[in-house]
Design a protein around this ligand. Structure first.
Ligand SMILES: Cc1cc2nc3c(=O)[nH]c(=O)nc-3n(C[C@H](O)[C@H](O)[C@H](O)COP(=O)(O)OP(=O)(O)OC[C@H]3O[C@@H](n4cnc5c(N)ncnc54)[C@H](O)[C@@H]3O)c2cc1C
Length: 223
């Protein structure tokens, strides 16, 4: 998996704080004159008060390479986002190279079963491609098939996405993606994304004891 931050709203922290300040000013304030401390003070208040719509003014576009279709299917369930995904109708998966979960590569028997099945898929897809259009041959491709996708989300949706998908109990591949995306955006918008991530870095786990992992994450998300 490779994740790149392709584009983002310039100066995202100040852009969001400026939007908030505009709500309470007679005239539109001058954005670039807002000192760093004022930006921080406003964003802290915004988070505390729940006036979260102002962080929607900051958007981020990611290029995500070589992830499974199992991942992209989960990702696109997040509706407040824009997506452009590699087409299996127009792009020939001629170098079929599936994603292999660690649980499978780490178990000899599982790895053999998986690899045999994937070899069969590869052969079947190749055979079908000679007989029917790609859009129909692709019906034999599994969740493990690699894909590329461009994703744009605003900071409010990213906060929500990180809350769900950076959790230790999230599925491993989408969690890896969410952790990488969070690492990229916090470099550009450290104030907006301060304390973003799994809910347990901010307070108690919202899951029931049955679903909670019982191990709250540290504030820096390293443990
Ligand atoms: C651990 C986990 C397990 C899951 N298991 C399953 C499963 O078994 N089956 C399954 O189908 N899905 C499953 N999902 C997917 C889940 O149901 C959501 O579709 C996905 O997480 C997208 O999140 P969302 O709906 O909160 O928000 P998004 O689509 O990201 O939207 C953000 C927020 O906007 C608001 N919003 C968006 N659209 C609407 C709307 N139409 N009406 C009102 N408010 C809206 C909501 O407040 C929402 O939380 C799972 C997700 C997780 C994290």
């Amino acid at each position: 998996m490779k994740v790149e931050l392709q584009n983002y709203t310039p100066d995202p922290d100040r852009t969001a704080a400026h939007a908030a300040l505009t709500c309470y000013s007679e005239d539109v304030p001058v954005k670039d004159e807002m000192p760093e401390e004022q930006v921080k003070e406003i964003l802290d208040k915004i988070k505390e008060s729940g006036h979260h719509s102002v962080i929607e003014h900051a958007s981020f576009t990611f290029a995500v390479h070589d992830v499974s279709r199992a991942l992209t299917h989960q990702l696109v369930r997040h509706r407040l986002a824009s997506y452009s995904q590699q087409s299996q109708r127009y792009v020939d998966i001629d170098n079929f190279d599936p994603v292999v979960p660690d649980s499978i590569s780490g178990d000899d028997k599982a790895a053999e079963i998986y690899s045999n099945f994937m070899e069969d898929v590869k052969e079947t897809y190749e055979e079908l491609k000679g007989l029917v259009p790609l859009e129909d041959a692709r019906y034999v491709l599994p969740n493990a098939t690699k894909s590329n996708i461009i994703v744009t989300m605003n900071a409010r949706e990213l906060w929500h996405f990180f809350s769900l998908r950076c959790c230790r109990r999230a599925q491993w591949e989408i969690r890896e993606l969410a952790d990488k995306m969070l690492g990229l955006v916090e470099e550009k918008a450290p104030m907006i994304f301060e304390e973003a991530g799994a809910p347990c870095i901010r307070g108690p786990c919202p899951e029931s004891p049955e679903f909670s992992c019982g191990e709250p994450m540290s504030k820096d998300r390293k443990k």
